[in-house]
Design a protein around this ligand. Structure first.
Ligand code: PLP
Length: 413
């Protein structure tokens, strides 16, 4: 389907009717929710899947032989199957279910990298990363006497790929990159980076948090070693996510959390551990949340990424064109390949003041450093405003947002 036909096939009114929260008002104004990179809203199918789980199937997983226990286990393990298929993982056993990307990165930091690090080693990340793709590496690097290096970006917010590759020196034990920047929307050339990493025998960790809501992801085609994702940005409940890792890595990784569910046999003389992925899933997981993950993926499947992408592309172009007309507005992130995330500042106005006034107009945008201090340092600003769009947003909402921005900007002068 070409972009135009898929855009026509996309019935925005029907889509919006699936998201009950979008119908509410804020401060007496219709809500314009443009904080989707922070967390997405949830369709009824997801809300009902969670509700149904607690009403009809609630029990713990992998422990009970009774029917409810079996149903809960089927829901949880079914979500693993669904996620594995969604990201084209070679095997469901390569998918560790987590509370989100942060837990996935910490698992890789403690269980994969830390045992491999020695003094003088390094972990390579980039200037545009979320703190979740910086701080876990710093913590384990400090323990081992290693360092964290950052590959530079240019003014447009694109990774300088040659520099990233130049920095892949023998002491680098892990390279890390975000698939899509949460501040700039930049899409990084993961395949190319993964190829360069493979040629040097350096494993690549990809933060997929901001890519998953917008584009189909195929971990085998990307060629990376680890891919982390978070459910709540892709229509699913908070506290859900996953780490996909190549089997050989998971098999070599010691457990990170200890407790129930992750053992084979426990004796005071020594404990043996379950095979991956259960080795990394100690304790009771977010079972209802993962019932919601399966429903979220079914929703994306029904909608189709062609339609999602065409609509989001049109929204991004429309919003960017209008914002360029706002006097004194500075855009951050003008990469050739970008997802619908727009960071900006308006001359003479603090980001937080603007966001507070926009909220009074019903427009929810984020202001602040977006958990990306190094990126703010690169641009020499303490904060930006960020309007992040989703497929359920409309052109009319973009117009309302720009009108509200022009209005509140006048108030601040
Ligand atoms: N990475 C990126 C790029 C993000 O945008 C976020 C969330 O804002 C995270 C990681 C952390 O995700 P979570 O808090 O769901 O673990």
């Amino acid at each position: 389907m070409n972009a135009q036909t898929s855009a026509q096939a996309f019935d925005i009114r029907r889509v919006r009717a699936d998201f009950p929260l979008l119908a509410r008002t804020v401060h007496g104004k219709p809500l314009v929710y443009f904080d989707n990179a922070n967390t997405s809203q949830k369709p009824l199918a997801v809300i009902e899947a969670v509700d149904r789980h607690y009403r009809e199937h609630n029990a713990n997983v992998s422990r009970a032989v009774h029917l409810l226990g079996e149903e809960a286990t089927t829901a949880y393990e079914g979500a693993r199957d669904t996620l594995a298929r969604f990201i084209h993982a070679p095997s469901r056993d390569e998918l560790v279910l987590t509370s989100g990307t942060t837990q996935a990165a910490n698992l890789v930091a403690y269980s994969f990298v830390l045992p491999r690090l020695k003094p003088g080693d390094a972990i390579l990340t980039t200037t545009m990363e979320h703190h979740a793709n910086i701080v876990p590496w710093q913590i384990v690097a400090a323990r081992a006497g290693a360092t964290v290096k950052a590959a530079p970006i240019d003014e447009r917010g694109e990774l300088i790929v040659e520099k990233f590759i130049e920095l892949l020196t023998p002491e680098v034990k892990l390279a890390c990159v975000t698939h899509v920047s949460n501040v700039l929307g930049t899409v990084n050339p993961v395949r190319e980076l993964a190829k360069a990493c493979r040629e040097r025998g350096i494993p690549l960790f990809v933060d997929g948090s901001q890519a998953m809501p917008h584009r189909p992801v195929d971990v085998q085609a990307l060629g990376c070693d680890f891919y982390a994702l978070t459910g709540h940005k892709m229509l699913a409940p908070t506290g859900t996510g996953a780490l996909w890792a190549k089997k050989e890595h998971l098999e070599a990784m010691p457990p990170f959390f200890g407790g129930g569910e992750m053992i084979r046999e426990v004796k005071f003389s020594g404990t043996t551990f379950a095979a991956p992925p259960h080795r990394f899933e100690a304790g009771t997981p977010n079972i209802a949340g993962f019932a919601g993950v399966a429903a979220a993926i079914a929703y994306y499947d029904a909608l189709g990424f062609d339609a999602v992408r065409a609509h989001e592309r049109a929204l991004l172009d429309h919003a960017t064109a209008q914002l360029r007309e706002v006097p004194g507005l500075r855009l951050f992130g003008e990469a050739n390949d970008k997802e619908p995330v727009i960071s900006f500042l308006v001359e003479g106005a603090q980001a937080t003041d603007l966001a507070t006034l926009l909220d009074l107009e019903g427009v929810a945008v984020r202001s602040g450093h977006h958990c990306a201090h190094p990126l703010m340092q690169f641009y020499g600003v303490p904060a930006t405003l960020r309007a992040s769009l989703a497929f359920y947003n409309t052109h009319e909402e973009v117009d309302a947002f720009v009108a509200a921005l022009l209005k509140v900007r006048r108030l601040l002068r």
